[in-house]
Design a protein around this ligand. Structure first.
Ligand code: NAG
Ligand code: NAG
Ligand code: NAG
Ligand code: NAG
Length: 295
């Protein structure tokens, strides 16, 4: 009996989940500190028994607040996206790896449907599945496949997803590849509407009014072109997801290509981005410790 207790607690810690606690995946955040000020359910995104990134999830909104990851230079082709879900949101004792949606006629457990977004939520909607952590910011196939979990996805208009937001992801890839010498920590999240809007008005999956993103790269090239001087060590951006939004946060460029009009992305320094988040979330929000100042 003397050994039973330690054995039991060892077993329990083995079964301990990857949902509800960022401690197994703090390495995806600058100085191991997740953004502060936003409340949600932490998910350590595990796929094939390895952690790939971290997500703060909103159970009420069945969509993520943000995902945090470390950029690695992309290699290889975009993988075929087989969509996955997080079993532990439905059952805390479920396997900690993300799981593939079953192929019909196999049915998904109703507890999974209640606890998170599922394929059906996006079917027949006017939104695409927008990655917060994009597959192209990773260098191996498994890490890329791991981004195809709906807990990393928000409803995003195709014009943004395939237009200005895609260009932002490409731009960040180029800048990091050329000028970041060490780790580049990226966090990408959402700004909700003042009053929530839902996919297909079903009250299940909340639609973001804007997407935001910021990176922190302390160890960067000192040989920067003048135009890039102000974008290290940290910079951010906010992108429109609704052409009807006001122009206070992100102005609309009327000379933009017609299909991209109203989906503009505005680059901005980190404190300006945090200011907009603070206004909408009505809370002080810090994305990187000490604003990635290195002190
Ligand atoms: C999508 O629309 C088609 C055609 O109207 C309909 O048959 C199908 O049931 C819809 N699927 C969902 C998940 O709403
Ligand atoms: C991907 O990047 C990581 C971190 O820099 C590195 O350890 C790993 O070897 C890279 N993998 C490939 C396939 O290049
Ligand atoms: C920055 O990165 C370069 C290249 O990887 C490395 O040689 C150097 O030691 C790093 N500097 C710091 C301060 O980490
Ligand atoms: C913008 O407003 C128009 C007119 O009210 C409406 O038809 C359209 O669906 C709205 N767009 C979005 C993305 O909400």
């Amino acid at each position: 009996m003397r050994f039973a207790l330690p054995l039991l607690s060892a077993l329990l810690s083995l079964c301990e989940g990857d949902v509800g606690d960022f401690s197994p995946c703090l390495s995806f955040f600058y100085r191991s500190r997740p953004p502060t000020g936003i409340v949600g359910t932490p998910i350590c995104q595990r796929y094939r028994n390895r952690y790939h990134f971290a997500t703060l999830y909103s159970r009420e909104r069945r969509s993520p607040w943000f995902s945090g990851y470390v950029f690695t230079p992309p290699q290889g082709k975009r993988p075929r996206g087989a969509w996955k879900y997080e079993p532990q949101l439905a059952n805390s004792r479920a396997d900690g790896n993300m799981a593939l949606f079953p192929i019909p006629p196999a049915k998904l457990d109703q507890n999974v449907v209640e606890s998170q977004a599922v394929q059906k939520d996006y079917t027949n909607s006017t939104y695409t599945r927008g990655h917060l952590n994009p597959n192209q910011h990773h260098n191996d196939t498994i890490a890329r496949r791991a981004t195809f979990t709906l807990t990393n996805i928000v409803p995003q208009k195709a014009q943004s997803n395939e237009g200005p937001w895609k260009k932002l992801e490409d731009r960040v890839t180029k800048i990091m590849q050329e000028y970041c010498l060490g780790e580049s920590y990226i966090v990408t999240g959402v700004i909700p509407y003042e009053k929530d809007r839902w996919l297909k008005d079903e009250g299940r999956v909340a639609i973001p009014e804007y997407l935001w993103s910021a990176y922190c790269c302390q160890n960067h090239s000192l040989d920067l072109p003048n135009s890039l001087n102000s974008i290290f060590p940290t910079f951010g951006a906010i992108g429109r997801n609704d052409p009807n939004s006001s122009q206070e946060i992100v102005p609309v460029n009327p000379h933009q290509k017609k299909e991209e009009q109203g989906y503009d992305v505005r680059l901005m320094p980190l404190p300006v981005l945090e200011g907009y988040l603070m206004k909408r979330y009505r809370k002080s929000i810090s994305i990187f410790e000490q604003q990635c100042s290195g002190v």
